[in-house]
Write a protein that binds this ligand. Structure first.
Ligand code: 4NP
Length: 152
């Protein structure tokens, strides 16, 4: 199974979601069955490392985001991934406007928790927003692991 996390810039929410899910997959002994990646809707931060504040909170909570490099979503992603999870409704709308192939596209919190809320964009805020983001992403990724255990 292949899961792609998507946000706007691929430097705050989606790389954090990728790092959190990858670590939880390892802990659940599912790392060899699920591939996880992330991408951004916008091209602005391509080639960059995650935002320093995401790296700081990730480090504090025991996740390694240091090897992640931002990239923009590409048409092939819709064929290569089974599940594409958007962080907010604007990301979801942008994904749905792209020529789609086989991937299932959903809001992360709706897919994971049956909650249609969004992972708020922390980019223009302070470090507290990144802590809230990590809380949301950890809860969502725990729920995804529970679901994956049932089907894999
Ligand atoms: P992300 O956050 O979508 O969670 O990576 C953002 C990063 C950069 C910008 C906006 C959101 N930006 O406007 O550059």
């Amino acid at each position: 199974m292949r899961i792609l996390m998507v946000c706007l810039g691929n430097i705050c929410r989606s790389p954090s979601a990728e790092g959190i899910l990858r670590q939880k997959l390892k802990q659940a002994d599912l790392a060899n069955k699920v591939m996880v990646d992330s991408a951004g809707i916008a091209p602005w931060h391509q080639g960059e490392a995650p935002d320093k504040r995401a790296l700081q909170v990730a480090n504090k909570r025991g996740y390694d985001l240091t090897r992640l490099i931002a990239r923009q979503i590409r048409p092939e992603d819709f064929a290569q991934f089974d599940l594409i999870l958007a962080m907010d409704k604007a990301n979801l709308k942008a994904l749905k406007s792209m020529p789609q192939q086989t991937a299932q596209v959903a809001l992360l919190l709706h897919y994971a928790l049956a909650d249609s809320d969004e992972v708020a964009d922390p980019y223009y805020g302070d470090i507290k927003g990144f802590e809230v983001m990590f809380d949301q992403l950890e809860t969502a990724c725990d729920a995804i692991i529970t679901q994956l255990r049932k089907i894999l």
